[in-house]
Design a protein around this ligand. Structure first.
Ligand SMILES: C[S@@+](CC[C@H](N)C(=O)[O-])C[C@H]1O[C@@H](n2cnc3c(N)ncnc32)[C@H](O)[C@@H]1O
Length: 220
């Protein structure tokens, strides 16, 4: 089979793909593709190379190319049909009539981050320890399996400043920070604290705390 025309290629997309939401088949294939790419990339990196990827018979479909697209040094797409290439080209060039692959891209983006860095964010915008823990869990969901979260938190303070303007924040102990990280399914690799004394205001327990925490591999 082949897509001789644009309308034939679009009929295929309407039958098997949705711009509105992913179904279980989509996430099954996306996750397996991402896992395969992570494996191939580790092999390439160990050999001192970047990942080069060729997708054969992509048709009018960008979904699978999004996965290596985020990490590959080179990405090649091969499709023999004119209709398939035309529809894909519309998407690559941002044509307004192109099929919308946003929900696929959002799923890939969620999965492909090896390191999330957050300095003075979750503590600065939380009002309670529970809100802080929920934000850490949200960030942890963006970390790929075997990836890491690097987070810094100002402990045992109630506010932070931008010149004369003060902003309230949740008061957290180091133990609460570590508990939130553990509760998010991450394992601390290191935890460093630096006293914020002397600044005349904070208590002796006020620290700048930095934690690096790993996400375990995905269960097979
Ligand atoms: C069923 S479609 C699958 C399209 C897409 N891979 C997907 O996951 O939806 C099969 C595709 O293989 C393409 N194809 C068939 N023979 C090919 C060849 N020799 N080289 C490249 N593409 C080919 C067809 O044009 C068609 O786009």
């Amino acid at each position: 089979m082949s897509f001789d025309t644009r309308s034939a290629a679009f009929a295929y997309l309407r039958t098997y793909y949705s711009a509105a939401a992913l179904d279980r088949e989509d996430t099954f294939l996306l996750d397996a593709t991402i896992d395969g790419i992570e494996h191939a990339r580790r092999v390439a990196v160990a050999a001192g190379q970047s990942l080069r990827c060729l997708e054969l018979g992509c048709g009018p479909v960008a979904a699978w190319a999004l996965c290596p697209g985020a990490v590959a040094g080179e990405l090649w797409l091969a499709e023999r049909s004119q209709g398939g290439r035309q529809v894909l080209h519309e998407w690559l060039t941002g044509d307004r009539e192109a099929f919308d692959w946003s929900v696929y891209a959002a799923h890939v983006a969620k999965r492909m981050v090896e390191l999330v860095v957050m300095h003075s964010v979750a503590d600065a915008i939380s009002g309670t320890p529970e809100e802080f823990a929920a934000l850490v869990s949200s960030a942890a969901r963006l970390v790929a399996p075997r990836g890491s979260l690097l987070i810094s938190v100002n402990t045992e303070v109630d506010e932070w400043h931008a010149e004369a303007v003060a902003f309230p924040q949740v008061r957290l102990s180091c133990d609460q920070v570590l508990a939130a990280i553990e509760g998010a399914g991450l394992q601390a690799v290191f935890s460093r604290q630096r006293s914020r004394l002397p600044d005349g205001k904070d208590t002796e327990t006020a620290h700048t705390m930095v934690v690096l925490a790993d996400k375990p591999p995905r269960a097979e």
